[in-house]
Design a protein around this ligand. Structure first.
Ligand SMILES: Nc1ncnc2c1ncn2[C@@H]1O[C@H](COP(=O)(O)OP(=O)(O)O)[C@@H](O)[C@H]1O
Ligand SMILES: [Mg+2]
Length: 315
């Protein structure tokens, strides 16, 4: 509002952002439409600001959704590559014993190749051995696939730790004796673990038989159990074998990961992959510490069953 209306002051007022320009004196009737216009402009501006805010939020949400999509795509590609690798490794592993079976069977079937009775028996034994190896492979592959698909029912129960370790010890003693490996089981806490008993035995036997197989002649295998602060028990299996390089450690739990030097040892390369899946399905953890030339320690951690307080005897 101004008492000195001029074109110059009007221009200045509009440039400064005024909504309107009226010259004094004025009547209320001429002020009211100006106020109405001002109010309309104000609500338009507010609506506009709100729209802008919503737009910004939508753009942000879109960007986040894109990021998630991209991550999902990378994960899917990774999983697909892993599956392909698994399949090609598997075919390779299956072909080796199958070729053995076919080769020896063809020799036995050919009349042209004379073979002594002793040789025939040896060929037949080879066929049986390859067949057994093949069957073991197929069983382990199926087991792995079932666990991965979450189709293995786990019967989680309270498992007595000393008892289960005693059982494992009895099972691996013949293998250890055959290779003159000394087995040393340290003090075992009188505790119970939450686990599937059969699967826990499978896990421990896998670790123990590896520690015996990939050891030196007359080496040692030690088992140590410790309670952790977060109510778990760590069972560590140590050996005096060749140990592992750090790049070997990274892939040790992947399927069909056999180190070149162990070709002559019987195995599928699926033991540790299976073991890890089983331990994780039981809400446990698995790991390894190793240095070349200093042996390896494979460990698993499983939850303890909380022991109930001793019952109070009432008189
Ligand atoms: N305690 C160990 N010390 C050294 N190498 C090991 C040990 N345990 C496993 N490995 C290596 O990891 C590979 C994979 O082990 P695993 O999955 O149990 O398969 P497998 O015993 O059938 O070969 C083995 O072939 C061996 O090369
Ligand atoms: Mg093994």
């Amino acid at each position: 509002m101004t008492g000195e209306g001029s074109i110059a002051s009007a221009v200045r007022a509009m440039q400064a952002g005024a909504l309107d320009y009226i010259v004094k004196p004025f009547k209320a009737s001429s002020l009211l439409p100006v106020l109405a216009r001002a109010q309309a402009t104000r609500s338009l501006r507010m609506a506009n600001a709100e729209l802008e805010r919503q737009l910004r939020q939508n753009v942000m949400e879109l960007a986040e959704a894109n990021l998630r999509l991209e991550q999902a795509r990378t994960a899917a590609e990774h999983a697909s590559a892993e599956k392909s690798r698994f399949l090609s490794n598997m075919s390779h592993e299956l072909r080796t014993p199958l070729n053995g079976i076919l080769g020896f069977a063809q020799i036995l079937a050919a009349d042209k190749l004379p073979a002594t009775q002793l040789e025939k028996q040896r060929f037949a034994r080879n066929i049986v051995q390859s067949g057994q190896h093949l069957l073991k492979l197929v069983n382990e592959i199926l087991d792995l696939a079932r666990i991965e698909a979450g189709k293995v029912p786990l019967a989680l129960e309270a498992v007595d730790l000393p008892n289960v370790l005693q059982e494992c010890r009895m099972m691996v003693t013949p293998l250890a004796e055959k290779r003159e490996i000394k087995l040393g089981f340290g003090a075992v806490p009188e505790r119970r673990l939450r686990a599937d008993r059969t699967r826990l035995v499978q896990v421990l036997i896998n670790l123990l038989s590896n520690a015996i197989k990939y050891n030196r002649q007359r080496g040692c295998v030690g088992v140590a159990c410790t309670e952790t602060e977060d109510c778990r028990v760590r069972i560590a299996v140590s050996d005096t074998g060749p140990g592992l390089e750090s790049d070997q450690l990274q892939h040790i739990f992947q399927p069909f990961n056999r180190l070149a030097r162990d070709e002559e040892e019987e195995g599928s390369g699926l033991g540790l992959a299976l073991t890890r899946r089983v331990v994780e399905a039981m809400h446990g953890m698995i790991g390894v510490e190793s240095k070349p030339g200093q042996g390896s320690t494979f460990w698993v951690e499983l939850p303890l069953v909380p022991e109930t307080a001793p019952k109070v005897q009432h008189a």
